[in-house]
Design a protein around this ligand. Structure first.
Ligand code: COA
Length: 417
């Protein structure tokens, strides 16, 4: 077996649903021994949510818990607490994303954890940061997207705030937490001491909405935002508006119809009008007269009739599929992509080859697809293994903690594990 960078790091995975599990799954791929602690009998709620095969763990669970071990443990019983204490003494990191105060109520305050293991890193996800006026709230994905500025700035100007399909609140927060954990592990190498790491879902969403806070300040200074569709003919209020599919930076762009859009909801491309690609764009469209026309040849000149330009591009796209269009545009170095459906992504050979989409064999489900590591290394190729069955490793972990077979049998008999 080859060595992995996080070999030797033991993580107590006291997480559930998506935000915490996404974090610990990533660390498991990179070699950490991740022990998922779950309530006996039921386990992580996602094992049962949105099941597509009766009696087999749901994809919601399997796709967020690969490469882990599962220990069932009732941590509200005295025996369960004792087991968790032993685990804390032998582990490097504990990750949790319970509702506010749940860990304290269980008796595992930060002070108690430090007492048990001064080298412990306690990593938490909460909806809002400590001391925030909403810090008592329980939070799910879309709540975080609304609280972090994503929803108010997403969608069309004549529609309501809109959430993204991307898990900006859940998996994104987990990824931030993983960075925090690795930083704390590096810090521990230097000081010998553990520490508490926390990421709130609101903050993690906000971190991805950085450019919208940029826009708020620009709006307050000048009263308009040139790259938004509202400019120059519409109106601006005093808050960043929803900009539809407009490009977020200095390069205007839009989702444009291709051949077949009338029946295929994904027959579109994203087209970017990059300033220095203006001449190639005009050549690709067969409009060379626009290259030097002062009404078109600078970004400022184009912006007032950007939708007329997009309409012209759509006329050019009318007899081309999204793939044909991109194959032509790529020759002109124009930043663009087909709008890909999940069906197309699931069958994409390149994603399979790179390990970004992986087929995993599960003892109860059979084969299923999951998203592999988006982080690629030159000396590590994460191997994605099946998620554990509920309690699959309970006896192994208890034996590693020094419990003998009789004691383990008693724990089973009284429902501690
Ligand atoms: N043994 C015994 N009890 C256990 C246990 C175990 N192994 N694991 C969990 N529990 C208990 C906890 O102690 C807690 O009990 P308490 O409320 O009596 O103190 C309870 O189970 C879990 O509570 P909670 O985390 O609040 O669950 P919930 O289902 O009510 O709320 C969330 C779910 C996700 C809304 C909430 O956990 C939350 O806000 N988490 C933080 C933000 C987050 O991560 N949200 C997104 C997740 S994708």
């Amino acid at each position: 077996m080859t060595t992995k960078p996080l070999d030797g790091i033991r993580i107590i995975d006291f997480t559930h649903v998506q935000a915490g599990p996404a974090c610990t799954q990533l660390l498991a791929w990179f070699g950490a021994d991740v022990i998922k602690v779950e309530r006996p009998g039921s386990g992580d709620v996602t094992r049962n949510q949105l099941r597509d095969i009766p009696d087999a763990d749901a994809l919601y669970f399997t796709m967020l818990n690969s490469n882990k071990r599962s220990l069932t443990l009732d941590t509200k019983t005295p025996d369960g607490k004792e087991v968790l204490e032993k685990l804390i003494q032998r582990s490097d990191v504990m990750v949790e994303n319970f509702g506010p105060g749940a860990l304290d109520r269980m008796g595992f305050t930060w002070e108690r954890i430090l007492e048990l293991n001064p080298r412990m890193i306690l990593a938490s996800v909460k909806g809002f940061s400590d001391g925030h006026h909403y810090s008592d709230l329980k939070v799910y994905e879309n709540v975080a997207q609304c609280a972090g500025g994503a929803a108010s700035t997403t969608g069309f100007w004549d529609g309501p705030p809109t959430v993204s399909a991307a898990a900006l609140g859940d998996s994104n927060t987990g990824m931030h937490l993983a960075i925090g954990i690795l930083t704390a592990l590096r810090g521990r190498d230097q000081t010998g001491k553990g520490q508490k790491v926390a990421v709130s879902m609101q903050d993690a969403v906000l971190n991805l909405c950085r450019v919208k806070l940029r826009d708020q300040q620009r709006l307050e200074r000048v009263g308009y935002l040139k790259e938004y569709p509202q400019y120059p003919h519409g109106t601006f209020s005093d808050a960043v508006p929803r900009g539809g599919n407009a490009g977020g930076g200095g390069q205007p762009g839009w989702v444009l119809k291709c051949k077949g859009w009338e029946t295929d909801p994904n027959a579109y491309i994203y087209f970017t009008v990059q300033d220095h690609a203006w001449a190639p764009i005009c050549r690709a469209l067969g409009r060379p007269e626009w290259i030097d026309d002062p009404a078109y040849n600078t970004p400022d000149a184009r912006q007032p009739h950007i939708f007329e330009i997009f309409k012209t591009i759509e006329e050019w796209l009318a007899d081309k599929t999204k793939y044909e269009a991109v194959d032509i545009l790529r020759k002109f170095d124009i930043p663009c992509s087909p709008v890909l459906s999940m069906k197309e992504i699931a069958r994409d050979e390149s994603l399979r080859k790179s390990g970004s989409i992986v087929e995993v064999d599960h003892p109860k489900r059979g084969k299923y697809l999951t998203v592999g590591s988006p982080i690629k290394f030159s000396d590590l190729k994460p191997e994605i293994t099946a998620s554990p069955l509920l309690g699959e490793h309970t006896d192994d972990v208890l034996a590693e903690l020094g419990y003998d077979a009789d004691k383990i049998a008693t724990f089973h008999a009284v429902g501690v594990v």
